[in-house]
Structure formats: structure tokens, C-alpha cells
Write a protein that binds this ligand. Structure first.
Ligand SMILES: Cc1cc2nc3c(=O)[nH]c(=O)nc-3n(C[C@H](O)[C@H](O)[C@H](O)COP(=O)(O)OP(=O)(O)OC[C@H]3O[C@@H](n4cnc5c(N)ncnc54)[C@H](O)[C@@H]3O)c2cc1C
Length: 277
């Protein structure tokens, strides 16, 4: 089947083309082209967004990542990345140098896979998304509705992601897969925590690959606040995450294995951050 290709030079043109039936946007194509090869998508029209180019920037409070910004470009912003160490750790784990040179955070978010490393960390960091052409803004965690499903109406597309800086927080990121590189995770964790001595002042914990969306439990985060991070708290909290999380069994791992992994990832994170066993 013939596929037409367009590379528009403005946001308005992208929007006009996107309303046409069978059209699909792409930036790096590292998700879309794989899905096309497996017949998941059969587009009639491909819209290459790379004709519109804005640079990523840090305005002192948040990192603004426009569409078409690659992981490599962000990782090259050395000084800025020092303020976003959780994001940096996650991005370094994405694919391979080739994938990081081509793939984009905006593509990762719009692909809306619960295994997406950038999606996990940006959700934990409470990112906002800006939706073109009207530049409507919303929370990333509300934008992603389910696997592959995002809140975009006809003619809309994702313009940028805005990530606040979490100053004074310690962080932890890990993904577990069946091999070390080029891996889709079995489970992953991203964690931000601020201590006053041994007492937890604030905490954000997210898990990837263990549900249809990124899994976060606000009430469990609240329960930890003001508490001393000791063995009994860590034991109680990690058991509760394991009890609640309802992953699926798939080719990569069983439901039971994933549940145990969730508890162990939390135990490992707290042990490495605070030496609690
Ligand atoms: C070998 C390999 C290894 C990988 N390893 C990892 C990994 O370790 N971790 C990980 O998280 N991912 C991984 N991926 C997946 C992929 O590389 C990432 O998700 C990447 O960030 C996708 O970015 P992209 O620009 O290539 O997306 P694209 O493929 O261009 O687009 C992805 C989806 O988003 C849509 N889209 C793109 N731009 C927009 C927009 N502006 N508005 C609305 N919709 C849009 C597209 O239509 C498509 O559905 C891997 C992929 C491959 C092939």
C-alpha cells in the first residue's frame, strides 16, 4: 500500500494534516516504525514533525522539552542535567546510543507504554504536557489514559513536556529486564525522597511495567511523610505495594515474580539511599 509522507514547517500545518484519516505523526520513528513492521499500525499518511524545531531549555525552575528533542541532546546539556539526576539516570538506560540519538521523550510519552522509562520518571516528577496547536496544558498523569492511549483530540498533538526541578531530593531509578541492554523492563522504579535527618519529609514513588499505566499510590506516599525511615516502615510499605500492585503475566515474567520484584526494588532503593535493611 502507498503511504504518503509530509514534513510540514509549522504547527498549524501539522494540525491540518493530522485530522486526515489514517495519518500518523512521528519524530524518531523508533516506536512507530517497529509497530508498522509488525502490522500494528497501517498508516496511509506519515507526518514527520521534524520540520518544526525548538530547542530544549531550562528556565531556572523547569526543564522544557519540545517535540523532536532527542535523549542525546538532553544528555549533552551536562550542567542542566545535574539538576535533573533522576531523569538523567533514566535516559541513560534508554535503548542504545543509536536509539538515544534518534528517539525522543515526546515520542516515549505519546507511545504511552507502561514500560517507557522517560514516561515513568516524568510522571514521578509531576510533569505537565503542552498540547498544540492551542497550547493547552495538563498534567502528564492525566494525559496518559492507558497503554497507547493519550488525551489528544482531532488535530491535536504534543508540543512539549515541562518538568519541575526537585531540589533537595534524593533519587533512585532502576529497571529490571531479562538482559542488561536494549531491554523492555519486567518492572522499573523511579523514586524521589526528601529527608530531614532520618524522617521522610516528602516522597514520590512510581513503578513501570506492572500495570496498564504508571503505578503510584498517593496514600502510601502520605503515610510515609513525617515518619522515621526504619526497618519496620520499609517492611510495611514494601509489603503494601506488593499486595496492591496487580501486574499481568506475559512473555517476560509472571504476575507473582513482578509482585515480588516490586517489593525488592523498594527494599533495595531504601537500603542504598539510607542503609535501612
Ligand atoms: C531497539 C529499541 C530499544 C528501545 N529501548 C527502549 C528503552 O530502553 N526504554 C524506553 O523507554 N523505550 C525504548 N524504546 C522505545 C523508543 O525508542 C522510545 O519510546 C522513544 O522515546 C520513542 O521516541 P520516537 O521519537 O522515536 O517516537 P516515534 O516512534 O516517532 O513516535 C512514538 C508514538 O508517538 C506518536 N507521536 C510522536 N510524536 C508525537 C507528537 N508530537 N504528538 C502526538 N503524538 C506523537 C507517534 O505517532 C507514535 O505513536 C526502544 C526502541 C527500540 C527500537
Amino acid at each position: 500500500m502507498r503511504i504518503s509522507y509530509f514534513k510540514p514547517g509549522s504547527l498549524e500545518e501539522i494540525s491540518e494534516l493530522k485530522v486526515q484519516e489514517g495519518s500518523h505523526l512521528f519524530s524518531g520513528g523508533t516506536d512507530l516504525f517497529v509497530k508498522m513492521r509488525y502490522g500494528v499500525f497501517k498508516p496511509k499518511m506519515l507526518i514527520d514533525t521534524k520540520g518544526v524545531r525548538d530547542d530544549p531549555k531550562f528556565d531556572g525552575e523547569k526543564l522544557i522539552i519540545p517535540m523532536n528533542t532527542t535523549y542525546s541532546e538532553l544528555l549533552d546539556m551536562g550542567e542542566v542535567m545535574k539538576d535533573f539526576p533522576l531523569l538523567e539516570d533514566a535516559m541513560k538506560e534508554v535503548g542504545s546510543p543509536q536509539i538515544r540519538n534518534r528517539g525522543t521523550p515526546v515520542g516515549n510519552v505519546c507511545n504511552a507504554s507502561p514500560a517507557g522509562d522517560f514516561l515513568l520518571t516524568a510522571t514521578v516528577m509531576d510533569a505537565d504536557v503542552v498540547i498544540a496547536p492551542k497550547m493547552r496544558k495538563m498534567k502528564l498523569k492525566e494525559f496518559v489514559k492507558g497503554p497507547g492511549i493519550v488525551d489528544l483530540k482531532n488535530g491535536e498533538f504534543l508540543y512539549s513536556i515541562e518538568i519541575p526541578r526537585w531540589q533537595g531530593y534524593e533519587h533512585y531509578f532502576e529497571k529490571v529486564g531479562r538482559r542488561n541492554a536494549m531491554n523492555i523492563s519486567i518492572a522499573s522504579i523511579a523514586l524521589l525522597i526528601r529527608f530531614n535527618g532520618d524522617v521522610v519529609e516528602d516522597v514520590k514513588i512510581g513503578f513501570g511495567s506492572v500495570g496498564p499505566r504508571i503505578v503510584m499510590y498517593e496514600d502510601l506516599e502520605e503515610r510515609m511523610k513525617g515518619m522515621k525511615l526504619n526497618e519496620s516502615l520499609v517492611d510495611e510499605i514494601s509489603r503494601e505495594y506488593m499486595r496492591r500492585i496487580e501486574p499481568i503475566t506475559d512473555l517476560r515474567a509472571t504476575k507473582r515474580y513482578r509482585k515480588i520484584l516490586v517489593r525488592n526494588l523498594l527494599l533495595k532503593a531504601f537500603h542504598l539511599l539510607k542503609g535501612v535493611v
